[in-house]
Every structure is written in C-alpha cells, then in structure tokens.
Ligand binder design. Structure first.
Ligand code: GTB
Length: 217
C-alpha cells in the first residue's frame, strides 16, 4: 500500500517547492518508495478530518496503513529509518546524521522562518526596517557557522543522509534572498542537493500540481 502525503492544492510559493511536503516527497524519492498525494485547500486543512491527522491544521501529513504522522521532520525520520539510503548503518554515524536533521529544523530553520514571517506580515510596521537587519544578522551568524563546519566537504557528515536532505530544504528557503552568495560552499551544497535525481522527481511532482492548478483557474 502506498503512503499518502498531504500537500497544498494551491501552493502559495507558485511551484518553487518551498512548502514542507517537498522534503517528504524528496525523502520518499530517495527511498524509491512510490506515494500518493492528497491535495488540500486552506479550508480543508482547518477542518476536523484533517486536524485529526495534523492538530495544527497544516501540511504535510503522512498516512501508511494504520500509521498517521505529522511534522515533516518526524515523517522524514520515519522514512529514513525504514528504507536504505537516508541514514548510515553505523550506529554512531546514524546518530550524527539525526543530529544534523535536528540542527536543520531547530537551529537553522527558525531564524530563516522569522525573516519570512517578518517580510510577509510585519512589513507595514514602523519598526520593520529596524527589525529586518537584526533577523538577517541572526541568519548570517548561523550560515557562517554552518559554512565553516561544512568546509570543502560534499555533505555534512560523510555520505548523503536525511540530515543533508533537511538542511538543503531549509537553506533553499533563502533562494532569491541573495543571502547564500557570501557562502559559496553552502550555495554549492544546495546545488548538489537540487541536482540529485530524487530531488528533481520530487520537485517536478510538486510543480505539476501548481501547473495543473494554474491551468484550471
Ligand atoms: N513544523 C511543521 C512541519 O514541519 O511539518 C510545520 C508545517 C507547516 O508550517 N506547514 C505549512 C502550512 O500548512 C506549509 S509549509 N501552513 C498553513 C497554515 O499554517 O495554515 C510552510 C510554507 C508555506 C508556504 C511557503 N511559500 O509560499 O513559500 C513556504 C513554506
């Protein structure tokens, strides 16, 4: 039975693959696991049927037989634990790869999301122009630290893992901001992730949803 992932019926990112279903699609593609997608309107996401799966009325969710999961990081970890290719076999290397998954979601993503939220909902506030550089400095702090740790390595800790997958999806949120330009090794890291065939299949699948919604408007 194929797992079912939920995604936006009309993604606000216009097919740029920034919503968090993208990381789940990518993990499933890396694992060679076919999946189905249930597309949801914003209204449907807030209805009891979806909240039973995702208490906060968000995407993505993941259903597989009698298992229902929410939180993209937990879903990617679940996929990585059950298929080869996303976590090393060695116990210590596996623990380190999981640490990178948490670092992507807990250390890098929050300041990046803070900036996105400010740009979206706070741009009319009198203090916005003062706050934005503060938020960007915070991101630069993390990017500098990550860049120094990555150095000339291809991936964060040995072979490609779910830690790299999540980190690439998080850093991609800065596409178009110009903020990665100062960190050529991070920009190359993101490009390496995006060049993976599994990434491309996942990206094309979410883009097809956007294109099909645009054709039916
Ligand atoms: N911690 C949860 C997880 O990792 O699964 C967060 C899930 C989440 O934020 N989901 C968002 C959502 O459902 C979509 S991904 N939002 C609707 C709501 O809360 O009502 C976040 C997102 C949305 C849009 C863009 N974009 O347009 O670029 C990028 C990212």
């Amino acid at each position: 039975m194929k797992p079912i992932v939920t995604a936006f019926e009309r993604s606000p990112d216009r097919g740029r693959g920034q919503a968090r279903d993208m990381r789940v699609r990518w993990a499933l593609e890396e694992a060679g696991q076919p999946y189905e997608v249930r597309l949801l309107s914003f209204k449907a996401m807030k209805e009891p049927a979806h909240r039973a799966l995702q208490p906060f009325g968000q995407i993505p969710t993941y259903e597989e037989g009698n298992l229902a999961l929410f939180e993209s990081g937990a879903i990617v970890l679940h996929i990585a634990e059950r298929h080869v290719g996303l976590l090393p076999d060695d116990t210590n290397a596996r623990a380190r790869a999981i640490a990178w998954m948490f670092a992507a979601l807990n250390t890098l993503e929050p300041p990046i999301v803070d900036r996105e939220v400010a740009r979206l909902v706070e741009h009319g506030e009198t203090w916005y122009r003062k706050r934005l550089p503060i938020l960007e400095d915070r991101i630069h702090g993390r990017l500098g630290e990550l860049s120094r740790r990555l150095g000339n390595a291809e991936w964060l800790d040995g072979a490609f893992s779910a830690g790299d997958l999540l980190m690439v999806t998080v850093l991609r949120r800065l596409n178009g901001s110009g903020m990665l330009v100062e960190y050529p090794n991070l920009a190359a890291f993101v490009a390496r992730g995006e060049a993976r065939p599994a990434f491309k299949r996942a990206f094309d699948a979410q883009l097809a949803v956007f294109n099909s919604a645009s054709n039916h408007r």
